[in-house]
Write a protein that binds this ligand. Sequence first.
Ligand SMILES: Cc1cc2nc3c(=O)[nH]c(=O)nc-3n(C[C@H](O)[C@H](O)[C@H](O)COP(=O)(O)O)c2cc1C
Length: 197
Amino acid sequence: MKEHVAGGQRRRARSLGGDRHAPSNDAEQEDVDVRVPSGAEREGGRQLEGALHLCLVKSAAAKERLRPAIYPGNVEKTMSAPVTILLAYDLTFHERLPKLFPMGDKRAQFAAMPDDVRAGHALANAALEAGYLILAARALGLDCGPIGGFDAAKVEEAFFGDLPWKVLFLVNLGNGDPEKLYPRNPRLTFSEVARIE
Ligand SMILES: Cc1cc2nc3c(=O)[nH]c(=O)nc-3n(C[C@H](O)[C@H](O)[C@H](O)COP(=O)(O)O)c2cc1C
């Protein structure tokens, strides 16, 4: 498990693209959940950690509700994963800021923003938390297969109903088959992505 941590996450960890076959257990999933709010968030503290919301799709019936929303190339790996997590950002995250950030009235500050600006804050913070979720799962030895190839409107209709949640992406969670992996994809170099001034 140690090799998944810290530097190993960056240099060696893989996104499992093949079909999942070994179940993960509830304790592992709850452990991932507990560890998610462990990193910094954008707004000068942790007050927006409530932006990410999760729906864990586990039962066969729920998986069948998900199936029509998944693009063909992603169906098999999604249906065979023990758990598919729907990661979403909550458009009303600011309603919980009095609990998450009791030091000041941030709710009014966000409520006064245009809807699209406030939604951008929710998306950015939830995306950070989503990355931490993947790191936490990998640190537990679980494999993650992030999936962006799906119909967001169908997912939201089937699972979120009237909730003010917008889906970010899905993560198939389990123990993947290394035999089904492509060679590791190239990464951009430091000089391709960073400038020093
Ligand atoms: C947000 C996001 C969406 C992705 N969507 C898909 C997808 O729809 N289908 C798929 O097979 N892989 C998907 N991937 C997996 C990437 O293709 C994979 O992470 C990439 O090949 C890097 O893998 P590696 O880290 O093992 O090299 C997605 C990854 C991310 C981060």
